[in-house]
Design a protein around this ligand. Structure first.
Ligand SMILES: O=P(O)(O)OC[C@@H](O)[C@@H](O)c1c[nH]c2ccccc12
Length: 262
């Protein structure tokens, strides 16, 4: 199965625009063929579908909003998150702004007994093929980046046996994700064009998705630092995705446990 690279990023503003244009250049000329159908185990989705709020803990060494966070060893960090009760691990593989690497993902897949999400700015089918080859269970697809192409990328991800976390930040992106047939929708509290956080975004859009009849998995993303911060999504979301506050805590297992204590 062959996909198409997304190249038209003129509409994407701010930091996000800069990053996706860099990523598109990185993968220019890469092979867009994702090969034969691979079996899908749905391990990422299953890990988030139990009762109670599940934690997706992120291996995040740096970010555009915080700069350097912590020089984490990815394997050690993943084992600590697992010990702290995480249901899945997210690993940044974007090199310039998040200090991510493919090796970090390899190391986490080898070290942890949990499903792993490749967190990157996917703009080319080859990035999904890599995620599957590297042993990830899921990949992030951002509607703010892919626009109408999100449906095609969802199909490519599923063809490769991957679950897809389809990320939205506003009403029109949510509508696109729902129309594309997303099974797992993440609502990002951070506006990636300005980097501003509004913890009201997740509860609002998660409610809207449920009202629209969405029966899949809903994930609240970004900006959560304390157990109290989670009150607004505790009985609403299936999972939360947390990076900076855990990664910068010094004791990742303990920070994960304390964050999720209700
Ligand atoms: O570090 P935080 O505020 O806990 O956020 C984690 C995660 O949600 C964030 O890293 C993220 C959400 N969507 C993204 C898209 C690309 C890069 C990073 C992200």
């Amino acid at each position: 199965m062959k996909g198409e690279a997304v190249t038209d990023f003129d509409q994407v503003p701010g930091v996000l625009g800069r990053i996706v244009r860099e990523r598109a250049r990185d993968y220019e000329g890469a092979n867009p063929d994702v090969g034969a159908l691979r079996p899908r185990h749905g391990r990422f989705r299953a890990a988030l579908s139990g009762s109670g709020l599940a934690l997706i803990a992120e291996v995040k060494r740096a970010s555009p909003s915080e700069g350097a966070i912590a020089p984490l060893d990815p394997a050690q960090a993943a084992r600590a998150y697992e010990a702290g009760g995480a249901a899945a691990i997210s690993v940044l593989t974007e090199p310039r702004h998040f200090d991510g690497t493919p090796e970090a993902l390899h190391a986490v897949v080898a070290a942890a007994n949990l499903p792993v999400l490749r967190k990157d700015f996917v703009v080319h089918p080859a990035m999904l093929r890599e995620a599957a080859d590297w042993g990830a269970s899921a990949a992030l697809l951002m509607v703010s980046v892919l626009g109408e192409a999100v449906g095609e990328y969802l199909e490519l991800a599923h063809h490769l046996g991957l679950d897809a976390l389809v990320e939205v930040h506003d009403d029109s992106e949510l509508d696109l994700a729902l129309a594309a047939g997303a099974e797992i929708i993440g609502v990002n509290n951070r506006d990636l064009t300005t980097l501003g956080i509004d913890l009201g975004v997740s509860p609002r859009l998660i409610r809207r998705a449920r009202e629209a009849g969405f029966s899949g998995v809903l994930v609240a993303e970004s900006g959560y630092r304390t157990a109290a911060d989670l009150a607004s999504v505790r009985d609403l979301a299936d999972a939360v995705l947390v990076g900076s506050s855990l990664a910068g805590s010094g004791d990742l297992a303990r920070a994960a446990r304390e964050l999720m204590a209700s």
